[in-house]
Design a binder for this molecule. Structure first.
Ligand SMILES: NC(=O)c1ccc[n+]([C@@H]2O[C@H](COP(=O)([O-])OP(=O)(O)OC[C@H]3O[C@@H](n4cnc5c(N)ncnc54)[C@H](OP(=O)(O)O)[C@@H]3O)[C@@H](O)[C@H]2O)c1
Length: 264
C-alpha cells in the first residue's frame, strides 16, 4: 500500500477522494483504518479502497500514514501505533496544535513526521494545505508529501511557527466562506430569488472573486474598487458592511481561531 489513513472521517475522505481523482494513487494502493464500522463501510462503498478496523494493520501495510483522527485522540492512537512505525515510514499529521516536538515526544522514538493542515475543498480538487517537517524527513520525502497535497489542490511549505495561522486562514476558513454564501443567499431569498438559484449565484460569485485574486495578481482592494462605481449600488453595500464591522469581525474571528489552535 502506498498510503494509509488512521481515522476515516471528513478530512480523510476528502483527501482520499482527491488522490484517487488526480490519479496519484490507485484505489488498491490506499488503506483506511477506523474504529467505526459505519465509517469503514461508507469508505469502502463510496471510495472503493481497502479498509480495516485495526489501526496497526494500516501502519504495517502503508508507506505513508496520515493520522486523521481528531486532536483529542492523537495520544491513544500514537501510543497504539508507535511500536509498529518503521524508521523508513513517513507519518503525516493533520491535527491543529500538535507540534513536531510534541509529536516526536509522544511517539517516543525517532519518526519521520510531516505536520500538515489541509482543508475540505480538497474534496473538489481545490484544497490548500500548509506543510512543515522534522529534521528526519529528507527533501525527497517532503516532495512526496507535497505531491499528496498538490494532488487535490496546493501544498505550501511554511515555517512551523505559521501552522496555527494556516489553521485559521485555510483549515477552518471554508466554514466562514460557507457562512458568507449562506447569508448572501438568505438575502437574495428575502428579496424574492428562489433558494437554489440564490446558492448558485452566491457561490459562483465567491468562486469567481477568488479566481480574480489568484489569477490577476491585483490587490483585493483594487478589485473591490473596480466594482464600486461612484454613488452606485456596491459602495452602499460596502458602507453598511464597514458600519457593521465586517472586516473586524473576520479579523477577530480568525485571531480566536489561531489562538484556539495554539492552545490545543
Ligand atoms: N474537517 C476539516 O475541515 C479539517 C480541516 C483540517 C484538518 N482537520 C483535522 O483532520 C483530523 C480529522 O478531522 P475530521 O473532521 O475528518 O474528523 P472526523 O470526521 O471526526 O473523522 C475522524 C474519524 O476517526 C475515527 N476515530 C476516532 N478515534 C479513533 C481511533 N482511536 N482509531 C481509529 N479511528 C478513530 C472517528 O470515529 P468516531 O466518529 O466514531 O469517533 C471518525 O470516523 C482532525 O485532526 C482535524 O482537526 C480537519
Amino acid at each position: 500500500m502506498k498510503i494509509g489513513f488512521i481515522g476515516c472521517g471528513n478530512m480523510a475522505k476528502a483527501m482520499i477522494g482527491g488522490v484517487i481523482r488526480s490519479g496519484l494513487y490507485q484505489k488498491d494502493e490506499i488503506i483506511a483504518a477506523d474504529h467505526s464500522a459505519g465509517a469503514l463501510e461508507q469508505a469502502e462503498k463510496s471510495l472503493g479502497i481497502h479498509t480495516t478496523a485495526d489501526n496497526r494493520e494500516a501502519v504495517e501495510k502503508a508507506e505513508i500514514v496520515v493520522l486523521s483522527v481528531k486532536p483529542q485522540f492523537y495520544v491513544p492512537v500514537i501510543r497504539e501505533i508507535a511500536p509498529h512505525v518503521k524508521p523508513s515510514q513517513l507519518i503525516i499529521t493533520i491535527a491543529p496544535g500538535k507540534t513536531l516536538s510534541w509529536l516526536g515526544e509522544t511517539f517516543g522514538k525517532p519518526v519521520k513526521i510531516v505536520r500538515a493542515m489541509p482543508n475540505t475543498p480538497a474534496m473538489v480538487g481545490e484544497g490548500i494545505a500548509g506543510l512543515c517537517c522534522n529534521e528526519l524527513v529528507t527533501k525527497e520525502e517532503m516532495d512526496a508529501a507535497c505531491k499528496v497535497f498538490n494532488s487535490f489542490g496546493r501544498g505550501e511549505i511554511v515555517p512551523e511557527r505559521l501552522m496555527d495561522v494556516v489553521v485559521s486562514v485555510s483549515g477552518s476558513s471554508p466554514a466562514y466562506v460557507f457562512l458568507l454564501i449562506e447569508a448572501m443567499a438568505d438575502a437574495a431569498v428575502a428579496d424574492g430569488m428562489p433558494r437554489a438559484q440564490a446558492y448558485t449565484f452566491a457561490a459562483q460569485a465567491v468562486l469567481g472573486s477568488a479566481k480574480m485574486v489568484l489569477e490577476t495578481g491585483k490587490h483585493p482592494g483594487e478589485l473591490k474598487d473596480m466594482v464600486c462605481s461612484p454613488a452606485g449600488t456596491t459602495i452602499e453595500a460596502v458602507r453598511v458592511l464597514e458600519q457593521k464591522g465586517f472586516r473586524s469581525s473576520v479579523i477577530e474571528a480568525m485571531k480566536a481561531c489561531t489562538e484556539k489552535s495554539r492552545s490545543l
